[in-house]
Design a protein around this ligand. Structure first.
Ligand SMILES: [Zn+2]
Length: 449
């Protein structure tokens, strides 16, 4: 007989910091160990104690390479964890660049705010990655096994299906929907006793796939008419490659269109290289395009500016021009110095792609703040600020309900990874439409499964 207890230590009534502990008799399994992002108050929680002893863990499974799911993995090793981290091969490659980038950011923030180092480079190198193929069964112990299904979210992202004795527990991780520009459609599972699901967009619908491409291209065309600058705040993984593909298709079909596009993010450039190495993980349409176009993410007039010197030279390029820079929520990175320069001109457009966590500069800008603080200097916002939701790698409410509705009456559904109000609304929707018993996870609360 198995005694199974679930305790969530992050992404409870919030969208970051994913961290779920399962105690299976004496076996301790952690699903994800993400960073808290968003407001400074939320970010500070990364320095808190884990709530469990990392050295007591037997295994860790990572759903995908987003920072809010993998960001505290090195901290686990810093505090005594010695086991493996199971995940797909693209997730390993992406997480390695994400964690290295985050190391420099947290170092800088820790120094500035006189906090201890969150983790060292040697902790980062201690992470013992174990690659798992989709659908491969991994035996963790007697009658405890798991497999990873395609989450349709970002390259390599997985849904974890855990089998404990006769029980099936499914962790959604972050799930995407159907007809994503690059990754394959999400897998629909049928059987589970318990489902722990994300709920980021539990109360909202995305715009249509066609609309999002149109909206992006409209912003591009407007930039030409206004002879101005389009600054796109990008997430290095998936969104960047999605946008590059849309631009690639446009430029390949409009050979006389010569507006320069600067990909001003070394991390996004590295992530794009990983996409190119992982063709078999892409959807059929993307693979088919590769038959006629040998590079989905490259086109005339795309310039990748890895060095700081080259990044600074972008300023001297006459408009019209397009700049893609991170971080995606404008919380750091090169987008900040571009914002400080281009936000002051009403002709320019600042475009945000995907979900913006409340408390971030991206969230403030799309909600109409009048100025922003750039190293103690107030910069007035005159440029048009716009957001395209449809590039989100997250399923919207309809897609979430479709995915959850494919299960045959689970005993219970647990909600994680969403804002409190969104979760409350989504829980009611699930109960009304699917008639599934639904509970919102609370931090540190142990639930017997
Ligand atoms: Zn994610």
């Amino acid at each position: 007989m198995f005694d199974v207890k679930l305790t969530s230590w992050g992404a409870t009534e919030e969208v970051t910091g994913s961290c779920h502990l399962l105690k299976i008799n004496n076996y301790r399994l952690l699903i994800d160990c993400g960073l808290w992002q968003g407001s400074w108050e939320s970010y500070l929680k990364n320095w808190d104690e884990f709530g469990f002893d990392p050295s007591s863990l037997d295994a860790v499974i990572l759903t995908h390479a987003h920072l809010d799911h993998c960001g505290r993995l090195p901290k686990l090793y810093a505090q005594g964890y010695k086991g493996k981290v199971y995940t797909t091969e693209p997730s390993i490659k992406l997480a390695q660049i994400v964690l290295k980038d985050n190391y420099h950011i947290t170092q800088e923030k820790a120094r500035y705010h006189k906090l201890p180092q969150l983790y060292s480079l040697s902790d980062l190198n201690k992470v013992d990655w174990q690659a798992v193929n989709y659908y491969q069964t991994i035996q963790l112990g007697d009658d405890i096994s798991f497999s990873i299904h395609n989450a349709g979210h970002i390259l390599g992202a997985g849904i974890i299906e855990l089998k404990i004795g006769g029980r099936i527990i499914v962790f959604s991780g972050d799930i995407g929907g159907e007809n994503m520009p690059l990754v394959k459609d999400v897998d629909y599972l049928k059987k589970a006793d318990y489902v722990i699901t994300e709920s980021t967009y539990g109360n909202r619908l995305h715009e249509d796939l066609k609309d999002r491409n149109e909206k992006l291209l409209e912003a591009v065309k407007r930039t030409v008419v206004n002879n101005s600058t389009l600054l796109i705040s990008i997430f290095a993984i998936e969104r960047t490659q999605d946008i590059l593909k849309v631009l690639n298709d446009y430029y390949e079909n409009h050979l006389d269109f010569n507006v320069p596009v600067f990909l001003d993010s070394p991390m996004a450039a590295s992530a794009t290289r990983i996409y190119k190495q992982s063709i078999k993980y892409l959807n059929q349409a993307a693979q088919d395009t590769l038959n006629t176009d040998n590079d989905l993410f490259n086109f005339p007039h795309l310039k990748i500016t890895n060095q700081v010197r080259k990044s600074k030279q972008i300023n001297a390029v006459a408009p019209p021009k397009i700049i893609m820079a991170g971080s995606g929520m404008a919380e750091g990175g090169r987008v900040l110095h571009h914002l400080a320069r281009y936000v002051k001109d009403a002709k320019n457009t600042i475009l945000f792609i995907g979900f913006q966590v409340p408390g971030t500069l991206g969230h403030k800008l799309i909600n109409g703040t009048f100025n922003f603080d750039y190293y103690g200097k107030s910069v007035p916002i005159k440029a048009a600020v716009d957001q395209i939701d449809g590039f989100s790698a997250h399923a919207d409410q309809a897609a979430l309900l479709k995915w959850l509705g494919s299960f045959k009456k689970p005993k219970k559904v647990f909600l994680s990874h969403g804002n409190k109000e969104v979760m409350e609304e989504y829980a009611k929707t699930i109960q009304a439409k699917l008639k599934f018993d639904t509970l919102i996870l609370k931090k540190g609360e142990s639930i017997k499964l």
